[in-house]
Design a protein around this ligand. Structure first.
Ligand SMILES: [Zn+2]
Ligand SMILES: [Zn+2]
Length: 184
């Protein structure tokens, strides 16, 4: 297996893929997570690609492993999420893809991600980035039992109890208080 640790954006040119295919291992891919809101690398991000050129169609098997920090939807604290995901892409040259290939693939291989490539170039970082995005949970929760923030005083109820609950049950003033918070 070739070890690749490039300092610049990683492209693969389809003409460089030998008949027996290409197996690549990538390290230090943390930069694929830059500008990803609410998700930052907490450790090294690494990936693997196994690429085959089958008559101009690129078969790409891959894997990406990352440890990221996500922001909990309830308590807004950062928590750690491990990601390890495998994937397969079928990449077609742009002209093919635009014509009948996309329709044909859609019918035959529903589970396969079909994409196009242009000018014989494959952008590996875009693939890793997309796969990390897809592997993120639908809802970000630091734990199933996260108590979140008190809607009244904003206290993190995982760390402390607030006194709001002990006050009067919901009445006209609760509505007023909420209005003040959201308006401020
Ligand atoms: Zn939480
Ligand atoms: Zn409170």
């Amino acid at each position: 297996m070739n070890k690749t640790n490039l300092g610049k954006k990683i492209h693969i040119f389809t003409e460089d893929i030998p008949d027996e295919g290409l197996n690549l291992s990538f390290e230090n891919l943390e930069r694929v997570l830059t500008d990803m809101e609410g998700c930052r690398p907490l450790g090294p991000v690494s990936g693997q690609l196994s690429i085959q050129n089958v008559g101009g169609r690129i078969h790409l098997h891959g894997k990406v492993v990352a440890r990221v920090g996500l922001c909990c939807d309830r308590c807004l604290e950062e928590y750690t999420q491990d990601i390890s995901t495998s994937f397969f892409y079928l990449l077609c040259p742009r002209p093919d893809f635009d014509q009948e290939v996309s329709r044909e693939m859609a019918l035959d291989e529903e589970d396969v991600e079909v994409y196009w490539y242009e000018d014989g170039e494959i952008y590996c970082e875009d693939i890793f980035r997309e796969q990390i995005l897809l592997a993120l949970p639908f809802r970000n929760l630091c734990s199933e039992g996260c108590k979140g923030l008190c809607p009244d005083c904003g206290a993190d109820l995982n760390k402390q109890e607030c006194t709001c609950k002990q006050g009067a049950p919901d009445g006209p003033f609760t509505v007023l208080k909420n209005l003040q918070i959201s308006g401020g």
